[in-house]
Structure formats: structure tokens, C-alpha cells
Design a protein around this ligand. Structure first.
Ligand code: FE2
Length: 165
């Protein structure tokens, strides 16, 4: 499924609730998946205020679980494919790579498949993803992100449609 509009994405993120305890955490924090998405994005906004694409990647990184519930394999690829037409190649790449282990990232870097900046960005996303499971944190509401999503989307479309790009 490819997301075609910010509204469509917002609807999907709105539906994103429940069942969202940290996957590899035995204490199962009572943070639902929408809250987790908001916390991940908010942490990236704090750490990397100028990088809207990275923040948006944090917001959408887990929509794969929603698109295909119960299927743990390929979530990151699925999420990346669905956001690529709307949010662009960089957001899609960050979402796809965030699920890789640190060793894989190091290997990609060593093999010339990922430059240092990309590895750094993916690690920032991973850290926010891991930290974004804190119960009781007020990370705002989805609507706060609409303008940023529209900005990233407009930019992605402009890049995509520009001649020679
Ligand atoms: Fe996550």
C-alpha cells in the first residue's frame, strides 16, 4: 500500500493505538503505538531540530505493524515502501534501515553502502525509537505534525518531479 496524501497518513497514524508495548522489553511499558510514534518524533525534534525528515521518519517508523498486523518480518521494508511516494527517498531509507542491527550498519558503512551521515542519522532514529517508550510523557498530539508532514511531502514531490531528478 502506498500512501498518497498527508491525510491518508494522518488517518493511519490516528488508527495506531493499542498493542504497542516495546517489542524487546519484558516490562511491557503501557505506551501505545501512537504514543510511541509521537515520543520518537519528539525526541528527534529535540535532538535534531532542523532535520524535519528525520523527525518524520521517527513519526512513521512503525506503521508497518499497522499495515500488516501480526507479521513481524519485513515491517520496516513495508513501512518504507508505503511512505516513499509521499515523504521521499530519504525518509523511506531511514525507516527501512532503522530496523537493522548496529553491526549491519557498520558493515554497510565499511562496504561503502552507507555514508557516515546516513549511519549517524539511522543511529539517532534507533536511539529515539528505543527511548520513546516512556509512560506518562506528554509528547503532544498528531495534529502538531501535520504542517511538518506537508512540508516534507511538498519537498519530496518537488524533488521527485523536477526534470532530471
Ligand atoms: Fe519503534
Amino acid at each position: 500500500m502506498e500512501l498518497r496524501s498527508v491525510d491518508e497518513l494522518m488517518d493511519l497514524l490516528h488508527a495506531c493505538r493499542g498493542g504497542g508495548t516495546a517489542p524487546d522489553r519484558d516490562r511491557g511499558a503501557p505506551v501505545d503505538s501512537r504514543e510511541h510514534a509521537l515520543q520518537t518524533a519528539a525526541l528527534l525534534r529535540r535532538g535534531r531540530p532542523a532535520d524535519k525528515e528525520l523527525q518524520v521518519a521517527g513519526l512513521v517508523h512503525a506503521i508497518g505493524q499497522l499495515l500488516r498486523p501480526g507479521d513481524d518480518t519485513g515491517h520496516a521494508d513495508l513501512a518504507a515502501d508505503s511512505v516513499r511516494p509521499l515523504l521521499g527517498e530519504r525518509v523511506a531509507r531511514l525507516v527501512r534501515l532503522h530496523a537493522l542491527g548496529a553491526d549491519d550498519l557498520v558493515r554497510m558503512h565499511a562496504g561503502g553502502w552507507a555514508d557516515a551521515t546516513l549511519v549517524e542519522d539511522v543511529l539517532a532514529l534507533r536511539h529515539a525509537d528505543e527511548a520513546g517508550w516512556t509512560p506518562g510523557v506528554d509528547a503532544g498530539v498528531l495534529e502538531d505534525w501535520r504542517t511538518v508532514l506537508e512540508l516534507v511531502s511538498d519537498r519530496a514531490r518537488a524533488t521527485h518531479h523536477s526534470p532530471g531528478a
